[in-house]
Design a binder for this molecule. Structure first.
Ligand code: FAD
Length: 459
């Protein structure tokens, strides 16, 4: 039989999952046509609005993505929120295949009383604020009144937040961090930052590189746990049951805690940075307490982990805090119209149900909305390759796809009544951001409102 013509593919999202899927599809067949729809006027998802500004090496992937975007077969369509600006059913009429790569736009909740008090933030809000995400510029946290910060959750995002909050502001200026946040940081009254986990020290989710970075800050001192009741150090023998990476991580935490216990900070302010941070274990948040609607402290129930089983005790502790950050994970939500198209969404896990990236005829999924909000850019890449390969293999095998017009964007454009941001437009936006950054010797200053970004395009 003759080779089928190349598919016309619509990708929803423009983060790592979207770009790596596009990259792999082009590698399989350079004649594939790809339209990439992005809700915000700018590309790159969490690489732009999640990854910490002092990790520019991680953001290098943007160069790779930019290379992909230069293909004649590729079209970027920014400022289009699928399901809101254009119905999903309309989109599905003009493509052979759609790839859902829209990440996680919501957050997991603690589901405890007091969670909605003033001063309780999601990690996304805080991270969005310092990364100049226009959706999170009104967090209303005044650092000059913040003495005690509690971060709930022990993953890399918690460490990012701690590191940024404890860094010397002048170290952050050359990055693309929000300059208004840096101004606040100069006035910061922060004294103590606690990173609190439910389980014991063997169960942390952060990685050793990020932890070392925090230990090496000269601007903040590590304190031994103050609220953890059953701190247990593992013997060499007990450690041998863990894999190498985890063993090294546990050993590092244990040795730093032992050090801190033996050398408590002296009271001489000249000898010590005035700021400290610490890790607390075995504490499950049960209530956030406040006064006049403002958070004052967090109440935790002590839990003991014995052979991987957590048992709650009747003991409680309260940690003072003028701000609390819940950093227990992002969460994906369905796009409006998905249910009508018969796309199965698991609302508990926050994922689209799929089989190796395949959902239904012509429907595929990549990234955090495929696997849940876990994994770094590298794992998202490998996984997106596998979705792209599956799509292309199905196409060659003449599996059923969407019965689309193959018109792609030309079929969609008449339905849209708002300005679209093309790749050229994005490059104009980026040029302005770099120019604005020069004024204070930073690599870039991102626009903090979508209006400001669109204004330079005269749209
Ligand atoms: P995303 O990057 O979230 O991209 C999804 C895109 O889809 C977004 O641009 C969104 O606007 C868009 N979208 C959403 N809904 C719609 C819609 N309806 N229509 C159109 N577009 C839509 N990994 C590392 O390797 N190193 C790090 O240092 C690192 N730091 C991180 C820090 C933080 C705070 C976070 C949260 C994550 C970090 N990660 C890091 C992980 C990394 O960001 C993720 O693995 C990766 O971004 C997931 O890619 P994705 O494409 O699935 O989702």
């Amino acid at each position: 039989s003759t080779q089928p013509s190349s598919p016309v593919v619509g990708i929803i999202g423009s983060g790592p999952a979207a770009f790596y899927t596009a990259h792999r599809l082009f590698r399989n067949d350079p004649s594939i046509k790809i339209d990439m729809y992005e809700a915000s006027p700018v590309p790159f998802g969490l690489v732009r609005y999640g990854v910490a500004p002092d990790h520019p090496e991680v953001k290098q992937v943007e160069h790779k993505f930019t290379e992909i975007a230069t293909s004649n077969q590729f079209r970027f369509l920014g400022n289009i929120c699928v399901g809101k600006d254009i119905p999903l059913s309309t989109l599905s009429q003009h493509y052979d295949a759609l790839v859902y790569a829209y990440g996680s736009s919501s957050d997991k909740l603690l589901n405890i009383p007091g969670e909605h008090l003033h001063g309780v933030y999601s990690a996304r809000q805080l991270v969005g604020w310092y990364n100049s995400d226009p959706r999170h510029q009104n967090v209303g946290l005044s650092l000059s009144r913040l003495k005690d910060l509690v971060v709930i959750g022990q993953g890399n995002v918690s460490l990012d937040i701690a590191r940024i909050m404890l860094s010397k502001p002048e170290h952050l200026i050359p990055t693309d961090i929000n300059p208004l946040f840096v101004q606040q940081l100069y006035k910061s009254a922060l004294e103590r930052l606690h990173i609190v986990g439910r389980r014991d020290l063997t169960s942390v989710s952060f990685t050793i590189k990020e932890l070392r970075e925090l230990f090496s800050l000269s601007s903040a001192k590590f304190l031994a746990p103050q609220y953890t009741s059953s701190l247990q150090f593992l013997s060499e023998e007990a450690l041998s049951t863990f894999d190498r990476a985890r063993k090294r991580l546990i050993k590092l935490i244990q040795s730093k805690i032992k050090d801190a216990q033996q050398n408590p900070p002296s009271s001489d302010p000249l000898q010590n940075p005035s700021r400290s941070w610490g890790l607390e274990f075995g504490l499950t948040p049960v209530e956030i307490l406040g006064r006049n609607g403002q958070v004052e402290k967090v109440r935790f129930q002590k839990t003991e982990t014995i052979r991987n089983e957590s048992n709650s005790s009747e003991d409680f502790v309260e940690i003072p805090a003028q701000a609390v950050v819940r950093s227990i994970g992002y969460k994906s939500v369905p796009i409006p119209g998905m249910q009508e198209l018969g796309i199965p969404f698991d609302t508990t896990r926050g994922v689209i149900l799929n089989n190796d990236g395949h959902i239904a005829p012509g429907m595929y999924v990549s990234g955090w909305v495929k696997n849940g909000p876990v994994g770094v850019i590298a794992s998202t890449m490998m996984d997106s390759f596998s979705t792209a390969d599956k799509l292309y293999k199905d196409w060659l095998a003449r599996e059923p796809f969407l019965e689309g017009t193959k018109a792609g964007w030309d079929g969609i454009r008449p339905f849209l009544n708002k300005p679209v941001v093309t790749w050229k437009d994005w490059e104009v936006i980026k040029g302005h951001e770099i120019k604005n950054g020069l004024q204070h010797e930073s690599i870039s200053e991102k626009f903090r409102t979508w209006d400001d970004a669109l204004r330079v395009l005269h749209k």
